[in-house]
Design a binder for this molecule. Structure first.
Ligand code: ZN
Length: 271
């Protein structure tokens, strides 16, 4: 080899090594940088107790997932996070696109990486739907994040009105919750099934929000009849983060030793 050829060879070798290094780094990075799992803001019992002050911005929350549900500062509507975009269903039933500077008092997010995709070709009500998810993703002691894109014969949701201080407990607020009924609507179910052991921290069992494809409505799901759709489910084995409010007297002073199981039932389900 001439000296020029030597130089060229060395340069090519270096380029190959750098590329190989990048490749290895690229392959290894996502797992280390973004482990899959649930990130949660505050606890459901604190929300039941009336701790509605936001303490994490949507921009920050977005670093921990592209999929999830929750609520907003002052209990200002139902949150849906889907494909990295936040939607807010307020008590007027309309869908708003919240600013990323808005804060949340309670939310659960993850990066949805479905390990099951299943078409649904038969009508299912909410109960039958939950049984189907239990059948397809049977590991009840792990979390299951799921998304359904579907056509619904019937959908019933609710939202909650924004609260002023002093904040009443959630069970008081939902006594006057606006309920929305839809017929023949296409949209998405965004939900989690959480293990029984999350009691007090999150909602054991199913917690589902809905967003209409045309953004004409949505909210916290009370019931539905699904005609057809596609289910994507992700069994999640990591509860990565639980961010507790660090500047909240209301949180610090909440009695979180009380068993709020019955309260949660009245808040989550149809009355
Ligand atoms: Zn909800």
């Amino acid at each position: 080899m001439t000296r020029k050829q030597n130089c060229l060879f060395a340069a090519l070798l270096l380029a190959a090594l750098v590329l190989a290094g990048c490749q290895a780094g690229f392959n290894a990075a996502p797992k280390a940088a973004h482990p899959e799992g649930i990130t949660q803001v505050a606890t459901i019992d604190a929300l039941l107790a009336g701790v509605y002050d936001g303490h994490m911005s949507l921009a920050t929350l977005l670093q921990y997932g592209n999929f999830g549900i929750g609520t907003f500062e002052g209990l200002d509507g139902e949150m849906i996070l889907l494909d990295g975009a936040f939607y807010k269903v307020r008590d007027d039933g309309k869908v708003y696109l919240p600013d990323l500077t808005e804060e949340t008092p309670f939310a659960s997010v993850t990066r949805l990486v479905p390990d099951i995709t299943a078409p649904i070709n038969r009508p299912l009500d909410m109960q039958a739907f939950m049984e189907l998810v239990d059948e397809l993703a049977p590991r009840q002691n792990s979390f299951c994040a799921f998304l359904v894109r579907g056509d619904f014969v019937r959908m019933r949701t609710r939202s909650v009105p924004k609260q002023q201080k002093p904040y009443p407990p959630l069970a008081e607020v939902t006594k006057n919750q606006p309920v929305f009924d839809f017929e023949n609507i296409s949209g998405m179910l965004v939900g989690f099934r959480s293990p029984d052991f999350v009691k007090g921290v999150n909602v054991p069992g199913y917690h589902i929000h809905f967003l209409a494809d045309d953004l004409s409505g949505g909210g916290h799901v009370l019931g539905f009849e699904l005609a057809r759709g596609v289910l994507e489910a992700d069994t999640v084995h990591n509860w990565l983060n639980l961010f507790l409010p660090d500047q909240s007297q209301a949180f610090d002073n909440s009695d979180l030793a009380i068993d709020r199981t019955e309260e949660l039932k009245t808040v989550e389900q149809e009355r």
